[in-house]
Design a binder for this molecule. Structure first.
Ligand code: COA
Length: 256
């Protein structure tokens, strides 16, 4: 098993789980961990045996964020690639589910924002408190949060350090679901179950088109959507989806 700085990657059949785990430090994410996370997501993305990835934290918290002290000694080059590394869940062609309980702050929230689905326990607290450290969220937070919840709410969170409760995360559309902590695993499993029954190639294409054209002009988005649809038309899963409907049986998607 690869030795990562403060997280581990485990496989259970077609599901890979990345667990941030730094006991006593609320799963702080080091600069090395960010690079390694990008590598891990890249590898899982290329692994045909993986159908979904879960990103979570150990010990009742997602993470309290980046390793604050290390920022002073970090080389400038490193700081300029923060957003690239933290975007790795978004680049991963597999569906990525953030399983969030407790603190989800700083880079933790930025990672969660780059995931496809956020499933939260009722005690989750999401936030981007960097301004209190004389910095700003530098790993995609200013951009993704404003796009997802609007400029006004993003300013409350980033400029006034407003913490987002699980209830608000649900109301704002950030969380797909909010459940009691004791039901969190079940809720995540439910999402994985839904996704596992679907075509991996269609899911990957949907994710790619949704992410790529989110802020592109409509005509570009529509064109890319059409091209993606055309590519999918030649897959066996497309044929299987149509044939299974016509034959009134459940589809069996192979990911080809
Ligand atoms: N980086 C490094 N260490 C961190 C950390 C972070 N982002 N967040 C917490 N820790 C460490 C603390 O230094 C402490 O370690 P210590 O006992 O060796 O001093 C330990 O985790 C527990 O944190 P503590 O502050 O004692 O817990 P708390 O329950 O009182 O407060 C928080 C929890 C999350 C409110 C508080 O830890 C906090 O504000 N953390 C920083 C959040 C942040 O600014 N994140 C963005 C970073 S860019």
């Amino acid at each position: 098993m690869t030795d990562y700085d403060g997280f581990r990657v485990e496989r259970d059949g077609a599901v890979a789980t990345i667990t941030l785990d730094v006991p006593g430090k609320l799963n702080r994410v080091s600069l090395a961990a960010r690079r390694q996370l990008a590598g891990a997501f890249g590898e899982l993305g290329e692994d045909d045996g993986v159908r979904a990835v879960v990103l979570t934290g150990a010990g009742g918290a997602f993470t309290a964020g980046g390793d604050i002290a290390s920022f002073l000694s970090a080389p400038v080059d490193e700081m300029t690639t923060l957003a690239f590394n933290v975007a790795s869940p978004e680049r991963c062609p597999k569906p990525v589910i953030a399983r969030i309980e407790g603190y989800c702050l700083g880079v933790g929230f930025e990672l969660a924002l780059a995931c496809d689905f956020r499933v939260c326990s009722e005690d989750a607290q999401l936030g981007l408190p960097e301004i209190g450290l004389g910095m700003i969220p530098g790993s995609g937070g200013t951009q993704r949060l404003a796009r997802l919840v609007g400029l006004s709410r993003a300013k409350d969170v980033i400029m006034r350090r407003k913490r987002i409760s699980a209830a608000d995360a649900l109301a704002w559309g950030l969380a797909s679901e909010v459940v009691p902590a004791s039901e969190l695993d079940e809720a995540v499993d439910r999402v994985i179950g839904e996704l596992s029954a679907l075509s991996p190639v269609a899911l990957a294409m949907a994710k790619r088109v949704l992410n790529h054209v989110y802020d592109a002009p409509l005509h570009v988005g529509l064109d890319l959507e059409g091209l993606a649809y055309g590519v999918l038309k030649s897959t066996e899963d497309f044929r299987e989806g149509v044939e299974s409907f016509v034959e009134k049986r459940p589809p069996k998607f192979e990911g080809r």
